[in-house]
Design a protein around this ligand. Structure first.
Ligand SMILES: Nc1nc2c(ncn2[C@@H]2O[C@H](COP(=O)(O)OP(=O)(O)O)[C@@H](O)[C@H]2O)c(=O)[nH]1
Ligand SMILES: [Mg+2]
Ligand SMILES: [Zn+2]
Length: 316
């Protein structure tokens, strides 16, 4: 039988049959390795697997193989080993949920997520949630700035209020029929948004904790939830160390599309756009054709790349 891993809790995997949608508790038969990745987990949510039912228990199965992944995202493991943890596989898109209300998302965090998603070829939709709380002039102008910046470089942006119901119809159309990775800091309203679209799911939501205004962690394992209108949501534990593998081997500017486009006009083909002469990126920045926060994020990430040779913590 063919199925998709919808939850993984250590050695057991909850697998949904592609045909019929029934759920099975599965174990892995023997060991199998996926070429090219040293990961702490052999299977992740979203993986497509082949499995057989146990002879004595029709609710349980044994996974004997995994299909090639279309894409996947990883997190560095907590220790300094080179192993990574695969968070999810085979996504059509990511939904980056942010907010300008508490706990406010920084542009640095957004750009780090976006460059990573770009590197993994995961198209991303940006949501500004809790818009019912955007009551000051300062927040409204920050919202205008971010919408202008991210729309100009090709991201679909939308404002939502999960609690007041704003923007939900538009969000639902974007999610319909797709497998979407739900991402963003804890406390920004990811679970509340999904519940508002699909009340039956009844995902656990958490009040924003008063200390540090950071959300509490209410999700522990990545999990895939089906949507009645078609499509799936992959909910993840607050993504913290969402990072790139071997990013140091690659030119970071590739993952900042607007910087990459302009860099072709730099005098030096290996220009890093720091303070090289006749740098088209610096000129574009002076002419307000590249957003200052994007350039700043690029420099910060470049700096991180230089400082360490391996995995980066992206926890802000
Ligand atoms: N005012 C307001 N509060 C929201 C909104 N969305 C979520 N919240 C609140 O923010 C807190 C965290 O929400 P939750 O969905 O658990 O965030 P998650 O950690 O990203 O899944 C909860 O107290 C929600 O009620 C919104 O659009 N407006
Ligand atoms: Mg949540
Ligand atoms: Zn340059």
């Amino acid at each position: 039988m063919k199925g998709v891993v919808v939850k993984s809790t250590g050695s057991w995997y909850l697998v949904r049959a592609l045909d019929g949608g029934q759920l099975y508790d599965c174990r892995i038969k023997g060991k199998f390795r996926v070429a090219g990745i040293k990961s702490t987990n052999p299977l992740a949510v979203g993986d497509l697997v082949n499995f057989e039912l146990e002879e004595n228990d029709e609710a349980q199965g044994i996974i004997d193989s995994i299909q090639d992944r279309k894409n996947y995202i990883i997190r560095k493991s907590v220790n300094l080993s080179k192993r990574v943890h695969i968070i999810a596989a085979n996504m059509d898109q990511a939904l980056l949920v942010t907010t300008l209300a508490k706990p406010a998302t920084s542009t640095g965090f957004m750009d780090r997520f976006l460059s990573t998603a770009e590197a993994y070829n995961i198209p991303t939709i940006i949501v500004f949630n809790k818009c019912d709380l955007y009551d000051s002039e300062e927040i409204r102008s920050e919202l205008d700035y971010r919408k202008a910046v991210y729309t100009a470089i090709g991201y679909h942006c939308l404002e939502t209020s999960a609690t007041k119901g704003e923007g939900l119809a538009e969000l639902a159309t974007l999610l319909k029929g797709k497998t979407t990775l739900l991402s963003g800091h804890s406390g920004v309203g990811k679970s509340t948004l999904i519940n508002a679209i699909e009340p039956e799911l009844n995902l656990r939501t958490g009040a924003v904790s008063s200390s540090h205004n950071k959300g509490q962690h209410t999700t522990t394992f990545a999990e895939m939830h089906p949507l009645q209108m078609g499509g799936d949501i992959i909910d993840t534990p607050g993504i913290k160390g969402f990072g790139l593998v071997n990013m140091e081997d690659t030119d970071l500017s590739h993952f900042f599309s607007e910087i990459f486009a302009i860099s072709k006009e730099c005098k030096f083909h290996n220009c890093k756009h720091i303070n090289e002469p006749q740098c088209a990126v610096k000129i574009a920045l002076d002419e307000h054709k590249i957003a200052p926060t994007r350039y700043e994020s690029y420099l910060n990430q470049l700096n991180d790349q230089d400082e360490t040779t391996h995995y980066r913590s992206t926890d802000y």
